[in-house]
Design a protein. Structure first.
Length: 70
């Protein structure tokens, strides 16, 4: 029996299904990795924005107090 006919048999189909499941799992893991990176990046950006906001508020308060003294 030629090998190309053997590959289209029952065991060949099972091996192809296993390969497809493995490829799907790899893609799901990669997508989850991307989502976790995106969430981490959003958290870091939120903290940077918070720190900048606090800095702006401190500078506004300092300039306001200087104007009131004059």
């Amino acid at each position: 029996m030629p090998t190309w006919l053997r590959a289209t048999g029952k065991w060949g189909s099972v091996l192809v299904l296993i390969a497809l499941v493995i490829a799907l799992i790899k893609q799901i893991i990669a997508f989850i990795g991307f989502l976790t990176f995106a969430i981490k990046a959003l958290i870091v950006l939120a903290f940077v924005a918070l720190i900048l906001f606090v800095g702006v508020m401190v500078l506004r308060t300092l300039t306001k107090n200087r104007r009131q003294k004059e």
